[in-house]
Design a protein around this ligand. Structure first.
Ligand code: NAD
Length: 500
């Protein structure tokens, strides 16, 4: 048995985290791998929040005047530090969030990738020059930094989501205050320490540019309600979004909401079935079903249903479940008992409405919660199929008509990710046009997005977009500037207003 407490201490020491921050606090931190306590983390109290918001505001006033390519230099150094720390950080992600090692490493790689993206972006924060109707005038859009950006993140991407936000927010000229999940404070402390090393090498970053708020949801609420925070980027459950969205709207603050998903995949008769099997297996069982983009609903054409379900059952029966530090498994633990209880509740509810459940049993006992991923053959899209349960449950349904199944696919509250497996180009295009999700894929699963595209979803997923493409614009405000370089004052739309 690996001594996780000791190993975590050694990792945090190497990563440069002050020991008092995680040994002398009041908030316990545990590993889902064994349930073992890892530390007692210091939380931020109400008075300290106020000081940090003041510091973030002061830092913004300085940082916004730093030329954007110079801001990019800080993010470039941050990417270098992340490369150097990748193995240790990845190991810490595995210990604290329970991800298998390749997924832990993948998460840190995402941080590195977004740093690279943001460095390039720091020389491309451009606006348009627009033809004006007035002689001797010039009109253009200019993008300015926004202010203090608050980031609230979920346990299942304990470090990458912060990086998606922070890398863009920083090159755009903002300061950042991050409220990580209370379930993953140690990785947050570690990546903040790594960022601190980049700041030290950079030399003149203002104090308070990137700060951490460790504690419970009340700290997230403080960010949401404080007028000094210009934008809140909140990743988590739709339940959290329902509380956050109206409060931000009430003070006309900006929001990026990245909420729950209930992602579906369709396997059509012409699909490459081996490829589809691999795509569905990773989408449904990867990260123990704890990705916002996890495949939760599978629609199989009648003609391939029996054969595909048989192959899926075989894959489910043989997949390795257990502590990823002790053996080469593909499925690690659920985050905690509440996740296990929610999974069992959903399986019971599915059975009550006619679902045939395969798998789902607990593996082992003690303070950790490992489960066999569950495959549930459903008579239709009823009961728990309509909601996200954050656990490895794949509901399988039959279809015979593509248009009808796309309607069914869209008929849930969330709208994050979707996929079709087909070799028929017409089917693929019909699906891409009709899927109402922020992400729609052909011949790959619903999970595993790259940072280059805009990431996010529609409907109860919140409508936010993070990461690539033009997501950066949300971290800036746009000003339309018109300059008159003539001696006359022509008014727009030909309006006349002559004074003597
Ligand atoms: P959660 O909603 O319980 O918590 C997420 C974060 O929000 C935590 O930091 C928490 O402290 C904070 N929080 C909770 N209530 C709050 C409130 N009222 N005001 C302010 N902050 C509050 O989610 P979780 O269990 O950590 O993560 C799983 C959920 O996150 C799933 O629903 C998953 O789909 C979703 N998720 C979405 C995305 C996405 O990009 N769409 C990415 C990752 C996770």
């Amino acid at each position: 048995m690996v001594q996780l407490g000791q190993e975590t201490g050694a990792l945090l020491d190497r990563l440069g985290v002050d020991r008092t921050l995680w040994t002398e606090g009041s908030m316990p931190s545990a590993t889902p791998l064994t349930g073992e306590r890892l530390g007692m983390v210091q939380v931020v109290d109400a008075a300290a929040i106020d000081n940090r918001l003041d510091a973030a505001t002061a830092a913004f006033r300085v940082w916004r005047r730093v030329p954007a390519p110079r801001r990019g230099e800080l993010v470039r150094l941050w990417g270098e530090e992340l490369r150097a720390a990748k193995d240790d950080l990845a190991r810490l992600v595995t210990i604290e969030a329970g991800k298998i090692p390749s997924e832990g490493a993948g998460e840190v790689q995402e941080m590195i990738d977004i740093c690279d993206f943001a460095v390039g972006l720091s020389r491309q924060l451009y606006g348009l020059t627009i033809a004006t109707e007035r002689r001797g005038h010039r009109m253009m859009e200019v993008w300015h930094p926004l202010g203090v950006v608050g980031v609230i993140s979920a346990f299942n991407f304990p470090v990458a989501v912060w990086a998606w936000n922070a890398a863009l927010a920083l090159v755009c000229g903002n300061s950042v205050l991050w409220k990580p999940s209370e379930k993953t404070p140690l990785t947050a402390l570690a990546v903040q320490a790594v960022f601190g090393r980049a700041e030290a090498r950079f030399g003149d970053a203002p104090e308070g540019l990137s700060q951490l708020l460790i504690g419970g949801r009340e700290l997230g609420e403080a960010l949401v309600d404080d007028r000094r925070v210009a934008l809140v980027s909140a990743t988590g459950s739709t339940r959290m979004g329902r509380s956050v969205a109206p409060r931000l709207a009430g003070r006309f603050a900006r929001a990026i909401l990245e909420l729950g998903g209930n992602n579906g995949a369709i396997v059509a008769p012409s699909a490459d079935l081996d490829l589809a099997l691999r795509g569905v297996a990773f989408g449904a069982m990867g990260t123990a079903g704890q990705r916002c983009t996890t495949t939760r609903r599978l629609f199989l054409h009648d003609s391939i249903y029996d054969g595909f379900v048989a192959k899926l059952k075989a894959a489910y029966a043989t997949v390795g479940v257990g502590n990823p530090l002790e053996s080469e498994v593909l499925v690690g633990p659920l985050i905690d008992r509440a996740a296990y209880d929610a999974m069992q509740g959903a399986l019971g509810a599915a059975a009550a409405v006619g679902g045939i459940v395969h798998g789902g049993e607990r593996v082992g006992d003690g303070g950790s919660f490992y489960v066999k991923p569950a495959l549930v053959e459903m008579p239709g899209q009823v009961g728990p199929v309509r909601d996200e349960t954050f656990a490895p449950i794949l509901y399988v349904m039959r279809y015979d008509d593509l248009d009808a199944v796309i309607d069914l696919h869209n008929d849930v509250a969330a709208g994050l990710s979707s996929a079709i497996f087909t070799t028929d180009v017409r089917e693929a295009e019909r699906f891409l046009v009709a899927s109402d999700c922020g992400i729609a894929n052909v011949n790959l699963g619903t999970s595993g997005a790259e940072i280059g595209g805009a990431f996010g979803g529609e409907k109860e997923t919140g409508g936010g977009r993070e990461s690539g493409s033009d997501s950066w614009r949300q971290y800036m405000r746009r000003a339309t500037n018109t300059i008159n370089y003539s001696n006359a004052l022509p008014l727009a739309q030909g309006v006349l207003f002559e004074i003597d």
